[in-house]
Design a protein around this ligand. Structure first.
Ligand code: AMP
Length: 541
């Protein structure tokens, strides 16, 4: 017997329509790439998104067409998210930090018909256009007086296009499983792979991510996505904010500590989310200038392991609760968040600390399991670690236009992460399977060793890689960027590990460098680091 409930499809446009109707005067504030601040409301955003949907129709865009963006977090990018998906086309966010050849590959693979871009990418677009013959038009996100002088074919002005259309547009209702947006993820090898989200997966993710033990978003919040809209849809925040009616603050390209701090204070930001590198910049700015945070209550740190020293610094020095989160482009992205349970309140501080460093519990909808090398399920005892597998309604079932990827088998997605899961469901990543250090047949967690290094007061940033060793196969090598004006020696750093890990886990050597390589999404690039240190040999080994 079927239930007698209405079968209304879960539509992305429904999120903005809801925000426009119920939070019509709630602000969306944007720092623009060209300078200056733009302010308007969900009511305005809803109106302009409907105008933009009409623009797309007038350009001949239809259901299923891919529309690319090379853009920062601003109100215009927000409008594109909703207008493109809302009219049944597919919003394809491209990471502008990738190499131009990769961007061209991605735009061509996705068969983007139009690409919307921020002005500071004008020269990139000029170089890109000849390599992307399938793109019928390029739309500059600006007003007519700001149009770039670059030689870009079929160039349109965003504000001109919008001005020519009315907002007389009804969002169409269609199958909720229709594709809505597309994001390419760069693996460590091969070409980037496309993850194709649907209306249903996006709306369910927005519900799940807003829950109290997830991001805890509400209409009383002011949320600043410090993660770019080209990195897994800014972790879904543009959707979760519309769903809850939270005030939205868009930082544009200004993600340095000083810019974030001033936005936090001026706009009354209560919650923000981003990768550890961003928060390192903010922490150094706060500490270096003896500042306090007056409105921020929660910071979500994910994308790479949040170092314990960072979690403690925000908590103890600035009164900000850090929510450690884990996810992937393939998971929309949220999989787990670290929210404590009632019984944890009475635990000794050290034990509580140990738990809050984990990547957290899965949101309802995301199922996790760990398996050994033969695919046998491992116990959830917090000790056994193995390959982490996931499934759920916002986990991808396969890459776009790619067949037979080995990551998808038996209805589970192989994340490529290695993890433990404890009896309370708290998952802890011990490594990326490619980064784990294999020493004498045993595994050493590079993340654990990095976390210890960055807890040293003179260390700004640290990475640990497995370097070839004639006897042990691999041994850990610590690579460190010292904090400005601070000194620490190799031996002092190695001594710092004593008593914190088993003796055989302690790195064999330390190298000091001026900077560490990062990926296009701001994470440490172990691949590039290994490449840089290809010729390194342990002395005496
Ligand atoms: P991406 O798809 O670019 O977001 O990368 C996803 C990968 O980032 C995951 O598979 C993990 O290896 C890593 N990652 C994300 N969040 C965390 C975290 N909190 N701790 C450790 N690794 C993380």
């Amino acid at each position: 017997m079927q239930g007698l409930m209405m079968n209304r499809p879960l539509m992305i446009s429904g999120l903005l329509q809801h925000a426009g109707q119920n939070h019509g005067d709630t602000e969306i504030v944007s720092r623009l790439p060209v300078g200056g601040t733009h302010r308007y409301t969900y009511g305005d955003a809803h109106r302009r998104s409907r105008q933009l949907a009409r623009v797309l129709l007038s350009l001949g865009v239809g259901p299923g067409d891919r529309i690319g963006t090379l853009a920062w977090n601003t109100h215009r990018h927000f409008e594109i998210y909703y207008a493109v998906s809302g009219m049944a086309a597919i919003c394809h966010t491209i990471n502008p930090r990738l190499f131009p050849e990769q961007i061209a590959y991605i735009a061509n693979h996705a068969e983007d018909r139009f690409v919307f871009f921020d002005l500071n990418f004008a020269s990139l677009i000029e170089a890109l256009a000849p390599q992307c013959p399938g793109v019928e038009g390029w739309v500059a996100l600006c007003s007519p007086d700001q149009m770039p002088g670059a030689a870009i074919p079929n160039l349109h002005c965003y504000e001109d296009l919008l001005a020519a259309q009315s907002d007389d547009y009804e969002w169409p209702q269609f199958d909720e499983n229709t594709a809505s947006s597309l994001c390419y993820t760069s693996g460590t090898t091969g070409n980037p792979k496309g993850v194709l989200y649907s209306h249903r997966s996006t709306v369910l993710h927005a519900y799940g991510s807003s829950l109290p033990d997830s991001l805890g978003a509400s209409a009383c919040d002011c949320i600043l996505p410090a993660v770019p809209m080209f990195h897994v849809n800014a972790w879904g925040l543009p959707y979760a904010c519309a769903l809850t009616g939270a005030k939205l603050v868009m930082p544009g390209p200004h993600l340095d500590g000083a810019s974030l701090y001033s936005l936090f204070e001026e706009e009354g930001v209560t919650m923000s989310a981003g990768v550890p590198t961003i928060w390192l910049g903010l922490l150094q700015h706060l500490q270096g200038n003896k500042l306090t945070l007056s409105t921020v209550k929660r910071l979500v740190i994910g994308g790479s392991a949040a170092p314990p020293a960072m979690i403690r610094a925000f908590d103890e020095q600035f009164g900000v609760a850090v929510i450690h989160a884990w996810g992937m482009t393939e998971m929309s992205p949220l999989g787990t968040l670290n929210a404590g349970k009632n019984k944890h309140h009475t635990l000794p501080a050290e034990e509580r600390d140990r738990i809050r460093l984990k990547q957290g519990r899965s949101i309802f909808g995301v199922e996790l399991k760990i398996v050994d090398g033969d695919g046998n399920a491992l116990p959830h005892d917090g000790e056994a670690f193995g390959d982490l597998l996931v499934r759920g309604p916002w986990v991808t079932s396969g890459y776009y236009k790619a067949e037979g990827d080995d990551a998808f088998r038996d209805g589970w997605f192989r994340t490529g992460d290695v993890a433990t899961i404890d009896p309370d469901g708290f998952m802890q990543i011990t490594d990326r399977s490619k980064d784990v250090i294999k020493s004498g047949g045993e595994w050493i967690s590079s993340i654990d060793l990095e976390n210890i290094a960055v807890a040293h007061p003179a260390v700004g940033e640290a990475a640990v890689i497995g370097a070839a060793h004639p006897k042990w196969d691999e041994r850990p090598l610590l690579v460190v960027v010292r904090k400005a004006g601070q000194d620490v020696s190799r031996d002092e750093l190695l001594a710092f590990y004593e008593g914190k890990v088993a003796k055989w886990w302690i790195p064999d050597d330390v190298i000091f460098v001026d900077d560490l390589p990062h990926t296009a999404t701001g994470k440490l690039s172990k691949l590039q680091l290994r490449e840089r240190l290809r010729d390194y040999r342990f002395s005496g080994a």
